[in-house]
Design a protein around this ligand. Structure first.
Ligand code: COA
Length: 170
């Protein structure tokens, strides 16, 4: 995926622990920085989550942002009444987007949105191989909740701040 900002060539690629500078990434949230540095590679190896990083191809080791994806299930009763119509009443196949973050030095430049769009594209592509009804996210705080809500995610559990975005027909 290529961005449009002049002189930068934004690309999202799978995290490669040998190549990308994980320790140099700072999104201002310790848990997310630590995840990228210490757990993301292990989770990839074990099939728990796959992480993708945003880089500028001119500085290919510097991580500007990242997100991770995992297979997930969404409880049927978490869906809104309207969304339940026509669906089987058992856990609904989904993909969890986790740990979406951009570096503090590149905030407010549309990179968070670019990462989310990239994830959606990737998940739509996965749909040609396996069923995925929705993307789910667990927002870590009110700000994250409002970020996801801005893109049409629907809050389905206030306690865990779980949200989902139906992918629609297709
Ligand atoms: C949330 C986050 C990824 C947004 O990244 P970003 O690069 O600043 O986002 P963008 O520049 O693409 O902004 C996209 C839109 O989201 C809005 N937005 C950005 N951060 C937001 C926040 N914390 N709360 C609510 N809305 C937010 C922007 O205002 C923008 O909307 P606009 O175009 O109408 O102004 C970033 O703040 C971050 O990494 N936070 C720490 C980690 C985190 O909380 N992740 C959330 C999931 S766990």
């Amino acid at each position: 995926m290529t961005g449009s900002a002049s002189e930068v060539e934004l690309t999202v690629e799978e995290l490669d622990s040998r190549h990308h500078d994980r320790a140099g990434f700072d999104c201002g949230v310790d848990a997310l920085n630590r995840y990228l540095k210490t757990l993301a590679g292990q989770h990839r190896a074990k099939g728990i989550a796959t992480s993708f990083v945003l880089i500028d191809a001119n500085q290919p080791t510097t991580i500007l942002g990242f997100y991770s994806l995992s297979a997930a299930a969404l409880a049927f009763d978490r869906l809104s009444e309207a969304d339940r119509k026509g669906l089987p009443a058992y856990p609904i196949p989904a993909v969890r987007i986790g740990r979406l973050a951009t570096s503090t030095s590149s905030r407010g430049q549309g990179l968070g949105e670019l990462l989310l769009q990239n994830a959606i594209k990737r998940i739509l592509l996965a749909r040609t191989t396996l069923g995925v009804y929705a993307i789910v996210a667990e927002a870590k705080d009110a700000a994250a909740e409002s970020f996801y809500s801005k893109y049409g995610f629907r809050l389905c559990d206030t306690e865990t701040r779980q949200l989902y975005l139906p992918l629609g027909a297709g």
